[in-house]
Ligand binder design. Structure first.
Ligand SMILES: [Zn+2]
Ligand SMILES: [Zn+2]
Length: 343
């Protein structure tokens, strides 16, 4: 089978390689991939900015069908439509694992960074990581369960806005559009903030149910948030763009004693007015990846129609056209892209 492999550390070093097809060992299943989303993390790996263990097949946002069931696996059969959690291995013994925060396990090895991922026809995963999909969730939508689970983790599980809260989400990329929908599902009033180049995405945010969309640099976002909150500021701000000016806005627009949730990654150190955090007693919450409960919740939100992932997918390409798809995603011509297996 063909797989998109990070062949060595550093910038670039990505190529399609011929690989042996995996077979399921005890407790494992092989998933025949239907669709795999391109994530910001994949771009960071392409640029040599995110840790991975090459040679490794990238891709961790996967939907597909069970193609092989290993010995001892119960409750799954060939043909089941599934998505899969991303942690191939966690230790089960460390402080983080014992607290259920397996995303923080120092021994965590994930598909698409440490072990072969979903940019290939077949993917080997532990059976316990697989979730069977409801019929109402199509393959393309289901490939976005992973990014949605990340947003559920940050917005619902680590912070949790109240229905009375005003939540500002900065950055209307795929992660931002999912965080906005999750905050809406929690009942909050949601403000999407983007730049002039985001106007199409801000329109999409409105269509997906976001209450307000404002353009930084054109609208006076600070005044808008103050007007909306009686001069107080947002109860919660969520940074999803991984851009320093976006963080500055989030720290500026959150109310005193409010919550700032950092979801986006920067890939490099950034400079901030950090004094705002103590001076305003801003509660700073970092959110990384997801935990098993995030997946159950993400799938429930999709099945209930409270979050839509399909409208975010603006492009689909065969795996062999990965370069074009990565370029279209990283230059923001497309919102979310999925690759489908080839060969
Ligand atoms: Zn991802
Ligand atoms: Zn652990």
């Amino acid at each position: 089978m063909k797989g998109l492999v990070k062949t060595a550390p550093g910038v670039g070093n990505l190529e399609i390689r011929d690989l042996p097809e995996p077979t399921a060992g005890p407790g494992q299943v092989v998933v025949e991939v239907a669709a795999t989303g391109i994530c910001g993390t994949d771009i960071h790996i392409q640029r040599g900015e995110y840790a991975c263990v090459p040679p490794v097949v990238l891709g961790h946002e996967v939907s597909g069908r069970i193609a092989d069931v290993g010995p001892g696996v119960t409750g799954l059969k060939e043909g089941d439509r599934v998505t899969t959690e991303t942690y191939f291995h966690t230790c089960g013994r460390c402080r983080a694992c014992l607290e259920g925060r397996i995303n923080l396990c120092p021994e965590r090895r994930s598909i698409g960074t440490h072990v072969n991922g979903g940019f290939a026809r077949y993917l080997l995963v532990p059976a316990v990581k697989v979730h069977v999909l409801p019929d109402s969730i199509d393959d393309t939508s289901a490939a976005l369960t992973e990014p949605l689970a990340c947003c559920v983790h940050g917005v619902l599980e680590l912070t949790g806005p109240l229905p009375s809260d005003v939540v500002v989400v900065s950055g209307p990329g795929a992660i931002g559009l999912l965080c906005m929908q999750v905050a809406k599902a929690a009942g909050a009033t949601v403000v999407a903030v983007g730049t002039a180049s985001d106007e199409g995405r801000l329109e999409l945010a409105k269509r997906l149910g976001v209450d307000y969309a404002v353009v930084a640099g054109r609208d006076d976002v600070g005044q808008f948030v103050r007007d909306l909150t009686g001069g107080v500021g947002a109860d919660m701000t969520v940074e999803t763009a991984g851009a320093a000016p976006s963080v500055a806005q989030c720290l500026q627009f959150v109310r005193r004693g409010g919550t700032f949730c950092q979801v986006g990654l920067f890939g490099t150190p950034v400079t901030l007015d950090y004094d705002l955090i103590p001076l305003r007693e801003i509660r700073l919450v970092g959110s990384f990846a997801q935990v098993p409960s995030s997946w159950t919740r993400a799938l429930a939100l999709m099945a209930d129609g409270k979050v839509q992932t399909r409208p975010l997918v603006t492009g689909q390409r065969p795996l062999t056209a990965w370069q074009d798809a990565f370029d279209a995603f990283s230059t923001r011509r497309e919102c979310k892209m999925v690759l489908t297996p080839a060969g």
